[in-house]
Design a protein around this ligand. Structure first.
Ligand code: PEP
Ligand code: MG
Length: 321
């Protein structure tokens, strides 16, 4: 099986009936790029930049960030790289940057909420990203977006930094601007967001946790982590449809994107990009080759009308052998 997968390294990801999907990689740092290239990723669908902050003993400077982003973009050699602005908070803490202690950190001050409050830190990151965009195809997305106002505020700050760098004669690329869909409010209101963003990336790790109101890391409630629960599938389908109705691109960068039970359903719903940890890429590409999109569309319709997580698993297993 591994030998069969290895042959797929330099191929595109296509279904049995010839529809192309992008299969990309999730990374946390430039050092992850060897695995990305060895597994034939068609892009980086999620660069988690908070590790740059967590592995440092000071707030990373604009130049330190620029070097990291440039390195990743250059190594991808023109293939798209989606960089997520920092998602600190929740369970991720820094010694040198004291954030408030909170009763419910996962419902508290984290990610874009911090960026929009401590805008100097956000602006530094955006400048580094805009400068790195000259070296390839760089996309930017904001984590933990709940409201349109948050996206509009973040975009305004981005455009302001871009205008200042342009006025200073700095070279930059066209940057696509998108959001993570990982809060149910944004998934429900996806049709409105789709009019304003360039793309979505669905973060199912948090989307499932917040929809089921079950902590991702708590074993006692682990039974509620149900990726195929029709409630989750309906949210995902709503997001994909909303994006496509506006002609926008929709990716997924949560664990579900590389899950063999979820992939047939997501192919059926028409997801554009699947981004996952590098070791899952070739296996996913191999699975896609066996799937017919019309059959998967029918399978997805049945799954969306199912009642339980287990019922959906049985449906997929009966269809995809
Ligand atoms: C997600 O929530 O699905 C996601 C990709 O982000 P993270 O796992 O970094 O929270
Ligand atoms: Mg998340």
């Amino acid at each position: 099986q591994r030998a069969e997968w290895a042959l797929l390294k330099d191929q595109q990801s296509v279904s049995a009936d010839g529809k192309h999907f992008t299969v990309g990689a999730n990374i946390g740092a430039p050092k992850d790029m060897a695995a990305v290239l060895n597994n034939g990723a068609e892009g980086v669908g999620l660069y988690r930049t908070e590790f740059l902050y967590m592995e440092s003993d000071h707030l990373p400077t604009e130049d330190e960030q620029f070097e990291a982003y440039k390195s990743v973009v250059e190594q991808m050699d023109g293939k798209p790289v989606t960089v997520r602005t920092m998602d600190i908070g929740g369970d991720k803490h820094l010694d040198y940057w004291k954030l408030p202690e909170e009763e419910n950190p996962f419902l508290g001050y984290r990610a874009i909420r911090i960026s929009l409050d401590q805008t100097d830190i956000f602006r530094t990151q955006l400048r580094a990203l805009i400068r790195a965009s000259a070296f390839g195809d760089l996309w930017i997305m904001f984590p933990m977006i709940a409201t349109l106002a948050e996206f509009r505020d973040a975009k305004k700050i981005y455009l302001d930094e871009r205008a200042k760098l342009e006025a200073a004669g700095v070279v930059m690329g066209d940057i696509k601007l998108g959001i993570m869909i990982e809060i149910p409010a944004a998934a429900v209101l996806a049709d409105k967001f789709a009019k304003e963003v360039d793309f979505f990336s669905i973060g199912t790790n948090d989307l499932i946790a917040y929809t089921m109101a079950a902590d991702r890391g708590n074993d006692r409630v682990a039974y509620l982590y149900q990726p195929y629960n029709p409630s989750i599938l309906r949210l995902i389908n709503n997001v994909i449809k909303a994006a496509h109705d506006e002609g926008k691109f929709v990716a997924m960068c949560g664990e579900m994107a590389g899950d063999p039970i979820a992939v047939p359903l997501l192919v059926g719903m028409g997801l554009d990009e699947f981004s996952m940890s590098a070791p899952s890429i070739l296996q996913t590409r191999s699975l896609m080759k066996k799937l017919n999109t019309a059959d998967m569309k029918l399978l997805a319709e049945k799954a969306l009308d199912a009642e339980t997580n287990d019922e959906v698993i049985a449906l997929v297993e009966a269809t995809v052998k």
